[in-house]
Design a protein around this ligand. Structure first.
Ligand code: 5GP
Length: 197
């Protein structure tokens, strides 16, 4: 069985870049494609970045208990599909969940084996600079994202690992090593099992 790795961090902290590189370089890791009611941004594809669905469809999935967790953020709903994650972990993949703090808390409550990783921007100033550079936010949205970022960072203590994204290579190495350290633990526990016969 694979393991669930939850990766959270304020938008603009560089989390997506780190996750995308890991997904590209480690064939044992797969991305949990969430369902969302928000509209696709430029370059985002349905079924790859998210499953873009209507609010009605989202509510139907909640009623069917189809989510491991779901949360509302900036007026949009996001949810992790049980069927999607279970199929991958069942196939032996480690699954990366790029979800917010509210979602991480729900996953932790349901799955004590899940590993929670928080990505921190080097500073709030740097985060602001990155968000402004991205040009996807209105001034009002930007302010909301910054306030939200601070609130999320205030809750980082519930995570098992905190990675400060101050240097691309170093931070990536830390993320990769963290994930590998859990695989070593799995292998150790297999070795410790006495061989029958
Ligand atoms: P964005 O709209 O920028 O793609 O994502 C906004 C926030 O929603 C990010 O913090 C992201 O981690 C979070 N998010 C994305 N998918 C999910 C999900 O399935 N569940 C939860 N709880 N949060 C999610």
């Amino acid at each position: 069985m694979g393991r669930i790795f939850v990766v959270s961090g304020p938008s603009g902290c560089g989390k997506s870049t780190l996750c995308n590189r890991l997904l590209k370089e480690d064939p044992q890791v797969r991305f949990s494609v969430s369902a969302t009611t928000r509209s696709p941004r430029e370059g985002e594809e349905n079924g790859v970045h998210y499953f873009f669905i209507s609010r009605g469809e989202f509510e139907k999935l909640i009623a069917e208990d189809a989510f491991y967790e779901h949360a509302e953020s900036f007026g949009n709903c996001y949810g992790t599909l049980k069927s999607y994650v279970d199929e991958l972990t069942g196939q032996g993949y480690d699954v990366l969940l790029d979800i917010d703090v509210q979602g991480a808390e729900q996953v932790r409550a349901k799955n004590s084996e899940a590993v929670l990783i928080f990505i921190m921007p080097p500073s709030l100033e740097e985060l602001k600079r990155r968000l402004v550079e991205r040009h996807t936010e209105s001034a009002e949205q930007l302010e909301k994202r910054l306030a939200r970022a601070q609130a999320e960072m205030d809750r980082r203590d519930m995570y098992d690992h905190i990675i400060v994204n101050d240097d691309r290579e170093r931070s990536y190495g830390e993320l990769r090593d963290t994930i590998e350290s859990y695989r070593e633990k799995n292998e150790d526990s297999i070795e410790e099992t006495p061989v029958q016969g």
